[in-house]
Design a protein around this ligand. Structure first.
Ligand SMILES: *[C@@H]1O[C@H](CO)[C@@H](O)[C@H](O)[C@H]1NC(C)=O
Length: 196
């Protein structure tokens, strides 16, 4: 009987270690809200924030040829159009940084050759998609007056569309698009007194 109790208590101790270990892993991943996951909560010390004055606008463009929306700086699209693209500007969507800043992480772009669909996320890999570069730097959680960059997915067309406008996102999800989660946390356009 004593031996059984002893084995039981060893098992309990092992289980406790495993549970604690899992919680640690969960804490780690919640710092990096990925594609399709809700993340964050407000917080962050002001001192850890990136300088909003040095952020730049990111533009959404659409290619009729490949029926795809994508995000980048205006200069990146100008350059792509001059060489081979047919990207039409759809307007500014948010502000972020072109180089790494305090508390920011890369906003990765992923592309699937299957139907030329682009995905944006702070996670480092997306199943079925190839890494296609870093377009900018954003916050991994909702800190420093940032807002969620919301993704919507049109499965029939194989097209992802991104917005910080909750109303616009809701309009799309009520017209057949699915919610593709939060890509990262960006600065809203209207909160900045920057020139561009
Ligand atoms: C933010 O960047 C601007 C422009 O480079 C600079 O003038 C300002 O001093 C910076 N602010 C801080 C808090 O570093």
């Amino acid at each position: 009987m004593k031996a059984v109790l002893c084995i039981l208590s060893i098992l309990l101790a092992l289980t406790a270690t495993l549970v604690t270990g899992n919680q640690m892993n969960m804490d780690d991943s919640s710092k990096k809200p990925g594609y399709g996951k809700k993340g964050g909560g407000k917080g962050g010390k002001k001192g850890d924030c990136a300088n909003s004055t040095t952020s730049v606008p990111y533009i959404q463009a659409f290619s009729p040829q490949i029926k795809a929306h994508t995000l980048d700086t205006r200069a990146a699209f100008v350059n792509a159009d001059t060489t081979q693209g047919d990207w039409q500007f759809q307007g500014k969507v948010f502000r972020a940084w072109e180089t790494q800043q305090p508390s920011t992480v890369p906003l990765n772009r992923f592309l699937t050759q299957v139907n030329q669909d682009y995905i944006f996320s702070t996670i480092s890999s997306v199943s079925g998609y190839d890494a296609n570069g870093v377009v900018g730097y954003v916050y991994p959680t909702q800190i420093c007056d940032s807002v969620p960059l919301l993704g919507a997915y049109n499965q029939a067309a194989g097209d992802h569309y991104y917005t910080t406008d909750v109303g616009e996102h809701n309009s799309l999800t009520s017209s057949g698009w699915s919610d593709a989660g939060i890509s990262g946390y960006v600065l809203p356009l209207h909160d900045c007194s920057c020139k561009s």
